[in-house]
Design a protein around this ligand. Structure first.
Ligand code: PMP
Length: 387
């Protein structure tokens, strides 16, 4: 494949050939028996990947932001209080989104590279009553990882609905939605789920669905309203045709294939593989002498890394050099430090060869940019982790 480059950005990612074949298959009717079967399978498998056996799964044409919008618009009524726990760009997006639906939003913003402490969160929940809280499992702008388990427990303790933005984590970071008591876990297809961009995915708890059913006012977003989509998801899961808006037929078939691949690997092995690859990247970056945005290893994502450029390295030139080496990386995203760091996505079918090629391309490009370090130190550190 002359000219093919290794796509190592935090979404979209490299996709499995079988997933791409499903995408390229002849499009069938959205009410054809084989498509109904695929849609139903995908809904059932989502609950296994999310570890939410009694949850309600939704598959929609749209991006991750639509999944955020669907959860927000269905659960918020004008005047409800919402607590947004933010670790970067996407936390702040959720705050803006919820305000559109009339929520009174309080934002707890983490210091750069850190998380909001559980004491601060608990204090807020103790002093003010909230209808829901949101948090970003991995904020793709900072690579900061938030531990969902204690936040789920706090939400339960204070009877607050919890929404986890898992766009950069589902099927990569450990999530046990039901065991951890998280009410909505949402994502998009193009990251660790392993399907080209275009699907918004979420699983809602029984409690979230009850809260929605007991709303006093109509959902302010016509397209996202669960009243339109719940009967469709239920019908497809039962093997019956149904229509509200035309499903993204080929993307759903690709999703079915990707979920099969994910479950074949097994969730525990998949979480461990992501963790190992991330550790290899982290150790390599440290050995080269690069600092990353997350302040500690325990709050560093398994799905991406966000290292600062060392002194003297010009971001655009570095990324171009990496590209010439055959690897595509992403620039910074957080507006205040956008030009000071870059991002490496390492999720989905990421393997040892991808990891080592990327580290090699980074080393060569840093050297070309004039940065002085022990050449090969990153490769050596990564290989030590990879065994
Ligand atoms: N949340 C997070 C954590 C994300 O990383 C992204 C996308 N990078 C989004 C939400 C929004 O997803 P989309 O771009 O698919 O709308």
């Amino acid at each position: 494949m002359k000219g093919r480059k290794l796509l190592m950005i935090p979404g979209p990612i490299e996709f499995e050939p079988e997933v791409l074949s499903a995408l390229g298959a002849p499009t069938t009717s959205h009410v054809a028996p084989n498509f109904i079967q695929s849609f139903g399978n995908a809904l059932r498998m989502m609950k296994k990947v999310w570890l939410a056996p009694t949850g309600q799964a939704f598959i929609m044409a749209g991006t991750g932001t639509l999944a955020m919008d669907m959860a927000g618009s269905n659960l918020i009524e004008k005047g409800d209080r919402a607590l947004v726990i933010s670790t970067g760009y996407f936390g702040l997006r959720y705050a803006e989104l919820l305000k559109r639906y009339g929520a009174e939003v309080t934002v707890l913003e983490a210091p750069m590279g850190d998380v909001v402490s559980l004491e601060v969160i608990e204090n807020e929940l103790k002093n003010k009553s909230y209808k829901l809280l949101t948090f970003t499992h991995v904020d793709t702008s900072t690579a900061v990882l938030v531990d969902p388990k204690p936040i789920g427990a706090l939400a339960q303790k204070y009877n607050v609905l919890s929404i986890l933005d898992g766009v950069c984590s589902v099927a990569g970071e450990e999530i046990r939605q039901e065991e951890w008591g998280i009410d909505v876990v949402l994502t998009a297809s193009q990251k660790a789920i392993g399907v080209p961009p275009g699907l918004a995915l979420l699983v809602a708890s029984t409690k979230a669905m009850e809260v929605w059913k007991n709303r006093k006012t109509p959902v302010a977003n016509y397209y996202s309203d669960w009243a339109n989509w719940l009967p469709i998801m239920q019908a497809y899961e039962l093997g019956n045709p149904s229509y509200f808006g035309t499903p993204a037929v080929n993307l759903v078939m690709a999703l079915e294939k990707s979920l099969e691949i994910i479950l074949q690997e097994g969730m525990e092995i998949r979480f461990a593989r992501h963790h190992k690859m991330a550790t290899a990247f982290r150790e390599a970056l440290k050995a080269i002498g690069l600092k990353s945005i997350p302040l500690r290893d325990e709050i560093s994502a398994s799905t991406l890394s966000a290292p600062y450029y060392p002194n003297g390295i010009i971001g655009n030139q570095f990324l171009q050099n990496v590209n010439q080496e055959g690897v595509i990386l992403a620039g910074g995203l957080l507006p205040s430090i956008k030009n000071d760091y870059f991002r490496i996505g390492h999720m989905g079918s990421i393997n040892r060869a991808d990891t080592l090629s990327t580290i090699g391309a980074i080393e060569v490009s840093l050297k070309r940019g004039g940065f002085i370090f022990e050449e090969g130190a990153g490769m050596k550190a990564a290989q030590k982790v990879l065994g």
